[in-house]
Design a protein around this ligand. Structure first.
Ligand code: HEM
Length: 509
C-alpha cells in the first residue's frame, strides 16, 4: 500500500508533517485525506504514531461500506479510537471492542433510548423546548443587533447542550442555558450599535455565567481534543486528568449524576408495576435495570460505573456533534439563500395548519411530518458538515483487502458526480417517482454516522434533533448574508470538525 516516501525515512513517520499542518491550520483530518489525493489512490498508508502499525486510509465509499456492514467478523472498532475515549469514559461501550465481554451488557442497558417511544415521547419535546428557547433568545438578539451580524456559536452550543441534558436528566425548560441567557438579554435596552462604523460590524453580546454542572461537562468533553490529537491518547489524557481544573470538573460531574440518581430512585419507589414515570433517559435506563434484576432474581444495581459512564457518554457524544452540525447548517443556509427559500416554502406547505394559524409547528406535527425537501436538506447538512471526518476500524484477522484492490461491489447506494460534490444541494437527495418528488436516502454515499453494528448509536436522535432545529429556526428567521470576512469555511478539528466562524444576520419572520 503506497505511502509518503519522506515518512519512511524517519522513526516519527508522518507525525512531523501532520503536527505542522495542525499548527498552521487547526485541522488534521484534511491532511490525512489529502494523501489519497496526492498519491491519487483510494488506499494509502499513514504513519501516524511512532513504533506502531500504520493507519490504512481508505477513501472508497463502496469498499468502506462493505467492510463496515458486511465484513464485521474481519474488522472491529479500532482500539486507537476506543483509547481516545478511555481516559474519560472507561466504562462506556464506545471505548470497547465489539468482542469485549461487557459490550453487549452495556448496549442492553441503553437499548430503550433509541426506541420510537423514547424518541417521540421523551426526547422530541425536550429537544423542541431547547430550540424554542434558542428562537426566543434570537428574538431578543434581532431587537438588539439591529441588522448587525453576531456569532451564533455559543447560542447553538447552549441549545444542543440543553437538548441532550433535558433528554438525559430532568431539567425544567426555564432552567436551561438559553432561557438564562434570554433573561439576561431581556434586561438590556440596547447594544449601542450606532457606535459601529459599519452595518457589517458584528455585535458581541454579554453571556450569562455557565452553571458548574454544565461547565464541567463542557470542560471534560473538550479534554478529548487532547487525546484525539495525541499519538498516545491514553497517556496524554492521563496527564491532563492530573490538572486541578480537570479533577474539579470530574467531581462536579460525578456529584451531579449521584444527585440525579438519588432523585430518580425516589421517582421509582412505586415499585416495578406502579408509579414509574419515565421522564428522561436516566429513568429508562433505571427501569431497564429494574426489569433485568427482577428477571434474574437479584437486587438491582443502581450505582455501577457502567450506568454512570453510559449516561455521561450520552452528554459527551450528544452535544458536541449536534452543536458543530447545527453551526455548519447555519452557514450553509446563510450562503445558499435559494435553498433556504425552498426549504421555508416546503415547510409552509408541509405544515398547512401552523401556516394558516400563524403559529409554530408543534412537536407532534414535526415528528410526524414527511416533507421530502426537509429530509433532503438535513441529509445534505449531515453530508456536507462531516463533523466526525473518519470512521475507524481495525483488522481482527489477517485479511486480503489491505494489500489488494478489491473489485467494487455494486450496491443500492447511488454515486455522486465529482464536479458538484462540494456544493450544498439538497436536491441531490430527491428523485421523481410517478407524480411526486420523494426523498431517497440511498441517492449517494454518506458516512457521516458510520455504518454497520458500530455506527452512531444515536443516529435516530440526531436526525430528530436536526429536523426540529431546522423547522423552528427556518420557520422563524431569515438568515441573511454576512460579509465575507465573517463567513469563511475555515475549520478546526477539535473533538468534532467545527467551523471557525459561525456568524449570522437575522430577520424575524
Ligand atoms: C450530527 C450528529 C452526530 C454525528 C454526525 C455522529 C457521528 C458518529 C460517528 C461517525 C460515529 C462512529 C461510527 C462508526 O465508527 O461507524 C458515532 C458513534 C457514536 N455516537 Fe454519534 N453522532 C452524532 C450524534 C450523536 C448523539 C446525539 C449521540 C448520543 C446521544 C451519539 C452517540 C454515539 C455513540 C454512543 C457512539 C459509539 C457507538 C459504538 O461505539 O458502537 N451520537 N457517532
Amino acid at each position: 500500500i503506497p505511502f509518503r516516501k519522506n515518512a519512511s525515512r524517519s522513526i516519527l513517520g508522518d507525525m512531523p508533517a501532520m503536527a505542522k499542518h495542525s499548527r498552521e491550520t487547526g485541522q488534521v483530518w484534511d491532511w490525512i485525506v489529502s494523501q489519497t489525493v496526492s498519491l491519487n489512490l483510494p488506499i494509502v498508508q499513514v504513519f501516524a504514531r511512532p513504533l506502531a502499525k500504520p493507519w490504512v486510509i481508505l477513501s472508497d465509499f463502496r469498499e468502506s461500506q462493505d467492510i463496515l456492514m458486511r465484513r464485521t467478523r474481519e474488522f472491529d472498532r479500532s482500539t486507537h479510537a476506543g483509547e481516545i475515549f478511555q481516559g474519560l469514559l472507561p466504562d462506556h461501550h464506545n471505548s470497547m471492542l465489539s468482542t469485549a465481554p461487557q459490550f453487549k451488557t452495556h448496549r442492553k442497558l441503553i437499548q430503550d433510548l433509541m426506541t420510537t417511544a423514547f424518541l417521540n415521547e421523551v426526547a422530541a419535546p425536550r429537544i423542541y423546548g431547547a430550540f424554542a428557547a434558542l428562537c426566543d433568545l434570537w428574538v431578543h438578539k434581532v431587537r438588539l443587533s439591529e441588522g448587525h451580524p453576531f456569532s451564533a456559536y455559543h447560542d447553538v452550543e447552549r441549545a444542543t447542550l440543553d437538548a441532550i441534558w433535558m433528554a438525559v436528566f430532568p431539567l425544567a425548560q426555564q432552567d436551561g442555558l438559553n432561557a438564562r441567557q434570554q433573561q439576561l438579554l431581556s434586561t438590556i435596552p440596547d447594544m449601542n450599535t450606532s457606535m459601529c462604523a459599519s452595518k457589517d460590524d458584528p455585535v458581541e453580546f454579554p453571556e450569562s455565567p455557565m452553571p458548574h454542572a454544565q461547565q464541567s461537562i463542557l470542560t471534560l468533553t473538550q479534554s478529548l481534543e487532547i487525546s484525539m490529537k495525541s499519538p498516545f491518547p491514553r497517556l496524554a489524557h492521563w496527564f491532563l486528568r492530573r490538572r486541578s481544573y480537570m479533577r474539579e470538573a470530574r467531581t462536579y460531574k460525578e456529584n451531579m449524576i449521584v444527585r440525579e440518581l438519588e432523585k430518580a430512585k425516589l421517582r421509582f419507589t412505586g415499585g416495578l408495576d406502579g408509579g414509574q414515570e419515565t421522564r428522561c433517559a436516566m429513568d429508562f435506563v433505571l427501569r431497564r435495570e429494574l426489569m433485568s434484576a427482577a428477571k434474574e432474581d437479584r437486587a438491582p444495581k443502581h450505582d455501577t460505573r457502567m450506568l454512570f459512564d453510559e449516561l455521561f457518554g450520552l452528554l459527551v457524544a450528544g452535544h458536541d456533534t449536534t452543536s458543530s452540525t447545527t453551526s455548519w447548517a447555519l452557514k450553509l443556509l446563510t450562503d445558499n439563500p435559494s435553498v433556504q427559500r425552498n426549504l421555508r416554502s416546503a415547510m409552509r406547505a408541509g405544515f398547512p395548519e401552523a401556516n394558516a394559524g400563524q403559529r409554530w409547528p408543534t412537536v407532534l406535527e414535526i415528528v410526524k411530518a414527511r416533507i421530502p425537501y426537509l429530509d433532503a436538506s438535513q441529509e445534505e447538512i449531515f453530508r456536507r458538515s462531516i463533523v466526525q471526518p473518519f470512521v475507524a476500524r481495525q483488522a481482527a484477522v489477517n485479511t486480503v483487502v489491505l494489500g489488494h484492490r478489491v473489485p467494487k461491489a455494486k450496491g443500492r447506494t447511488g454515486s455522486w458526480n465529482s464536479s458538484d460534490i462540494h456544493l450544498f444541494q439538497p436536491e441531490r437527495w430527491l428523485r421523481q417517482e410517478a407524480n411526486e418528488v420523494v426523498f431517497d436516502q440511498n441517492a449517494g454515499p454518506m458516512l457521516s454516522f458510520g455504518l454497520g453494528p458500530r455506527a452512531c448509536f444515536a443516529r435516530r436522535m440526531a436526525y430528530l434533533e436536526m429536523k426540529i432545529a431546522l423547522v423552528l429556526l427556518v420557520w422563524n428567521f431569515e438568515f441573511q448574508t454576512v460579509p465575507t470576512t465573517l463567513s469563511s469555511y475555515e475549520a478546526v478539528d477539535k473533538l468534532t470538525h467545527q467551523p471557525v466562524q459561525c456568524y449570522i444576520r437575522l430577520r424575524k419572520l
